[in-house]
Ligand binder design. Structure first.
Ligand code: ATP
Ligand code: MG
Length: 277
């Protein structure tokens, strides 16, 4: 902690906060995620650090170093000055198709890189997409990421236990290993603990594209539970005033409607085809 000067809070999440830190020697800015050391025991923090360390890609936030005190673990990450993509959507109402396409293409690229290495992000959404000072977008928040290698089954179990405890009320209606965010979650996850595949990230990218172009998410209801029911029904309509082009609709409809297609094609093939068409 003595090598950084902590400035303002950049964002808050479920387990801690992200603070702007300045390196006292170089005067460079970093985003420092501060998490309670106690959460190390929950397993997913270890996975988050491990995965983030491995994932070196221009469209993935890079991890510089990790240090810990008795109380906290600090993840020192590259600082994305432009903030979260969600804030841009909220501010602008909706994005132009060319800007949205540029963002989605970069995120698809990051996902393809991760998926090739057996990592599923599981929480792709505009809140977890950051914009850097040059306007490039970067995927962040690997707190829900899953390594498909069998070594990680202990993490899955820990997450599952946590999810069950957290929402005992809706227990029978949701998968025990539900992680992520209801609005962006793929139906097969809600349906009955089907094995998680990289295809779940493609669903989320479809949902995210819808949101970037219309200013709202396709599946949304009063409660998280009702939102999940909407996801399972799978019906959504484009607000006519958003004027979404048929090419963009095609890009969204493929990952979001065809569970079958997502599940049976390799994500790389699908993403490439969607982007090249
Ligand atoms: P979890 O879902 O594991 O609880 P979280 O949501 O608490 O994670 P992040 O999503 O990593 O944590 O970060 C929370 C917010 O902090 C982001 O939405 C973003 O606004 C801000 N933030 C995170 N990392 C950076 C960064 N590298 N540069 C700028 N802002 C960041
Ligand atoms: Mg987050």
């Amino acid at each position: 902690t003595e090598s950084y000067r902590f400035e303002h809070v950049l964002g808050r999440g479920a387990f801690g906060e992200v603070v702007l830190g300045v390196d006292l020697h170089s005067d460079r800015q970093y985003a420092i995620k501060k998490l309670a050391t106690a959460s190390l025991r929950q397993g997913n923090l270890k996975a988050e650090i491990h995965i983030l360390k491995e994932m070196r890609h221009p469209n993935i936030i890079s991890l510089r170093e990790v240090f810990a005190t008795e109380e906290y673990v600090y993840l020192v990450m590259e600082y994305a000055k432009g903030g979260a993509l969600l804030d841009v959507v909220v501010r602008e109402g909706k994005l132009s198709e060319s800007f949205a396409a540029a963002c989605c293409m970069q995120i698809a690229d990051a996902l393809q890189f991760m998926h090739a290495r057996g990592i599923v992000h599981r929480d792709v959404k505009p809140e977890n997409v950051l914009i850097d000072s040059t306007g490039h977008v970067k995927l962040c928040d690997f707190g829900s990421a899953l390594d498909l290698q069998p070594v990680m089954t202990s993490v899955l179990t820990a997450i599952a236990e946590q999810a069950v405890k957290k929402d005992a009320k809706h227990k029978k209606n949701r998968c025990a290993s539900f992680v992520g965010t209801a609005e962006y979650v793929a139906p097969e996850i809600l349906e009955g603990c089907a094995e998680t595949t990289t295809a779940v990230d493609l669903w989320s990218i479809g949902v995210m594209t819808f949101q970037l172009l219309t200013g709202r998410v396709p599946f949304k209801d009063k409660t998280e539970y009702l939102t999940m029911q909407a996801v399972l029904k799978g019906k959504y309509v484009y607000p006519p005033e958003a004027n979404v082009s048929s090419a963009a609709k095609d890009f969204i409809d493929k990952p979001v409607s065809y569970t079958h297609l997502r599940a049976h094609e390799t994500e790389a093939d699908l993403v490439c085809r969607l982007l090249l068409e």
